[in-house]
Design a protein. Structure first.
Length: 305
C-alpha cells in the first residue's frame, strides 16, 4: 500500500519513540494507529528499519565514515537512521541534555508531561519544551503551545521562559503559545506575572496577553475561560485573529500542512473549528471560516475571499 511522506515521517517517529524504555504515550500511539489503516503497515516497516539501523550502528567500526544500509528500502532506512543519529531526538521523543529534558510533539499530536511536584504540562502539536528535572518549578517553552496546570507553592513560584520573556505564577492554569513572531498567554485560574523584572503585568482569570517577540509592547484582552486550553478537547476558537496565526494553529493541531496564501496573512478571521474532521477533509475548513482552501502540491493553501 503506498504511503505519503507525512505518514512515513510519523511512522518513523513513532517507531523510535516506542522503542524507548521510558515511552508511556500508548494511548496516543493507539489513536494514531486507528486513525488510518495505512498507519499500521507504515509503522511495521519503520520499526524494522529502525531496528536494522540500530544494529548496523552497533556493529560498525567506530572509525567508519559511512554505514551501508541494511536490506529493505533505503528511503525508509534513511529516515530511521536519521532518527537514531539524532539521539532519539525525533518528533515526540525525549532526550537529555545539559539544560534538562526535552519533549517534542509532531503536528497533530499532543502529550501530557507530569512534573515532579505534581504539576502537569499538556503539550500541543508541533511543540517543543525543556523541563528542568532537578527543579520542577522551571521550564522553557522553545516553540509551539502548552497548557500549564501548576501546583500552588507560595515559597517556590513556577517560572516559565518563553523566548526572551518570563512568566511567573504561584499556582494556576494558563495557556502559552509561542511562534516566530508572537507570544500569547491566557489565564483560566490563579495569577500569572508577565516579565516581573520589566513590564510586570499581572494576568488574572480571563486575561489574555499578546506580545511581539521583537518589542516590549503588549496588548491585553479578554478571553472566555472555556476557551483557555480548549485545543485539548479538539476545538480552536478565533476572534478577529490574523489568518496567518489561524493557519499556523490549525496546522499544529491537525497535522494537515495548511499554509496561508500570499497577501492573506493579516486578514482578520473569526470562528470556532472542531479539529478532527479536518484531518480527513482539509478543504472543509473553507465554509467554517469563510475562506478559500485549495490543494497546492503537498500543502493546503488558505486564502481570504
Amino acid at each position: 500500500m503506498p504511503h505519503d511522506d507525512s505518514i512515513r515521517d510519523e511512522a518513523a517517529a513513532w517507531a523510535v519513540r516506542t522503542g524507548d524504555p521510558a515511552f508511556e504515550d500508548w494511548d496516543g500511539f493507539t489513536a494514531w494507529l486507528e486513525r488510518d489503516a495505512a498507519h499500521a503497515e507504515a509503522y511495521d516497516r519503520a520499526s524494522l528499519a529502525v531496528a536494522e539501523a540500530a544494529e548496523a550502528l552497533a556493529s560498525a567500526p567506530a572509525n567508519d565514515a559511512a554505514i551501508a544500509a541494511p536490506r529493505g528500502n533505503r528511503r525508509w532506512f534513511g529516515a530511521a537512521l536519521a532518527a537514531c543519529l539524532a539521539g532519539l531526538a525525533a518528533v515526540g521523543v525525549w532526550q537529555m541534555g545539559g539544560d534538562g529534558r526535552v519533549y517534542e510533539t509532531a503536528p497533530g499530536e499532543t502529550r501530557s508531561i507530569a512534573l515532579g511536584d505534581g504539576s502537569t504540562i499538556e503539550l500541543a502539536g508541533g511543540s517543543r519544551i525543556t523541563v528542568d528535572e532537578d527543579d520542577p518549578r522551571f521550564a522553557r517553552l522553545e516553540s509551539g503551545q502548552a497548557l500549564f496546570d501548576i501546583r500552588h507553592d507560595d515559597a517556590h513560584p513556577f517560572r516559565l521562559e518563553a523566548g526572551d520573556d518570563t512568566l511567573v505564577d504561584v499556582g494556576t492554569v494558563f495557556d502559552v503559545r509561542l511562534d516566530a513572531e508572537n507570544l500569547a498567554v491566557a489565564v483560566s485560574e490563579g495569577v500569572v506575572l508577565f516579565n516581573p523584572a520589566q513590564q510586570n503585568v499581572r494576568l488574572e482569570p480571563g486575561d489574555r496577553l499578546t506580545s511581539a517577540r521583537d518589542s516590549a509592547d503588549y496588548v491585553l484582552s479578554e478571553v472566555p475561560l472555556a476557551q483557555v486550553g480548549e485545543w485539548r478537547e479538539g476545538r480552536l476558537t478565533f476572534a478577529d485573529a490574523d489568518l496567518a496565526d489561524v493557519v499556523a494553529d490549525l496546522a499544529r493541531a491537525t497535522g494537515v500542512p495548511y499554509r496561508v496564501a500570499p497577501g492573506s496573512a493579516v486578514q482578520p478571521v473569526s470562528g470556532s473549528v472542531v479539529v478532527a474532521p479536518l484531518r480527513g477533509n482539509p478543504a472543509a475548513l473553507g465554509p467554517l471560516l469563510g475562506v478559500s482552501v485549495r490543494k497546492a502540491g503537498e500543502d493546503w493553501m488558505v486564502e481570504a475571499p
